[in-house]
Ligand binder design. Structure first.
Ligand code: COA
Length: 297
């Protein structure tokens, strides 16, 4: 994916980590505001990813990134396009509060780091770029793949997780998220809050409304003349009866991928990756709450 502007100037690193500030480097004097160009790149990537996954609308855009506490990892190849670089792809992650079913079918409330969107340019797929990006994110977040939840992963992504991280056995859910058998084992009871089967005010809905659902809802709620035909599901349905899910979920036995290196050079090892991950999510909430409080002083 190439643009008319110099991507090497916009994204100094091979992998840039973008958040709601939409910045990857310092603003050079006399150059246009990099935020506008970065927003253009993110919007184009979001559209390409949606097209690749046959989604009715992008789930990644600059506006959505600015409005959420997500991280977007952007991979470039700095040598291409006459030294102006090309964007190879991106990976978007963020913490989500989810109601999941454990292996016994009990509802648990948790807030894992989730893969929300992942895209490598079509002509560059199967060249190891996805792995490079995913490994970078794992080190940056100090998390293991089995501790994460995956928002409606495509068949390609499921194959990727199986091949590179030995993630095979998913635990069936009633929402769009996929977690693997190690997910519940690696978390302490304190991090997974069991949800009582019924609340006095009504039934608990063990799903969360996510960007992909919102995109579909927005489509559905268009006035009649503008209603578009329903798009095919972006990834195989996660029903036990589908061949795809059978291979993933029936007869699951615990399976753990090889332990990935998780400590970034110079960083102190943490006591437990899973507790650190949950702390990450909590820390973010606390700091945003503090910022909110400060703005009212
Ligand atoms: N068909 C089936 N499996 C594929 C695939 C394809 N077209 N492309 C990648 N994979 C999986 C395979 O397991 C493959 O190993 P193999 O070539 O030995 O079969 C492995 O990924 C290759 O790993 P890598 O080269 O590191 O992955 P990548 O750079 O191709 O990135 C994706 C993986 C999923 C990000 C990329 O294929 C992609 O962007 N797909 C389209 C968008 C998408 O489905 N995103 C997932 C959102 S939920």
């Amino acid at each position: 994916m190439d643009f008319t502007f110099d991507l090497n100037a916009l994204f100094p690193e091979r992998v840039s980590v973008l958040d709601n500030n939409l910045t990857a480097g310092r603003k050079a004097p006399g150059r246009p505001d990099p935020q506008i160009q970065i927003a253009t790149v993110i919007d184009e990537l979001g559209k390409a990813s949606a097209k690749a996954q046959q989604l009715p609308a992008p789930i990644t855009s600059a506006a959505k990134l600015q409005a959420n506490r997500h991280h977007l990892y952007l991979l470039k190849d700095g040598e291409q396009n006459g030294g102006r670089a090309v964007v190879v792809g991106f990976l978007k992650v963020g913490c989500k509060k989810l109601f999941l079913l454990d292996q016994q079918g009990a509802h648990v409330e948790t807030e894992p780091l989730c893969v929300l969107d992942f895209y490598i340019k079509e002509t560059l797929q199967r060249h190891g770029y996805g792995l490079e990006l995913f490994d970078f994110m794992l080190k940056h977040k100090q998390v293991e793949p089995g501790q994460m939840a995956y928002d409606r992963p495509s068949a390609k992504f499921l194959s990727f997780l199986d091949k590179h991280y030995d993630l095979k056995n998913s635990v069936p859910q009633v929402n769009n998220f996929v977690v693997f058998s190690g997910f519940f084992k690696s978390r302490s009871a304190a991090q997974l809050r069991k949800v009582p089967p019924k609340k006095p005010e009504g039934e608990i809905k063990p799903y969360s409304l996510m960007e992909r659902d919102v995109v579909r809802k927005e489509q559905r709620s268009l006035p009649l003349p503008f209603v578009r035909p329903a798009a095919p599901p972006p990834s195989p349905p996660l029903l036990l009866s589908s061949p795809q899910s059978r291979s993933l979920s029936v007869g699951s036995s615990p399976s753990h991928g090889p332990l990935r290196p998780t400590a970034l050079p110079g960083l102190q090892p943490r006591p437990s990756l899973s507790s650190q991950l949950n702390e990450n999510c909590r820390e973010k909430r606390t700091s945003s709450l503090n910022r909110f409080r400060l703005s009212f002083h």
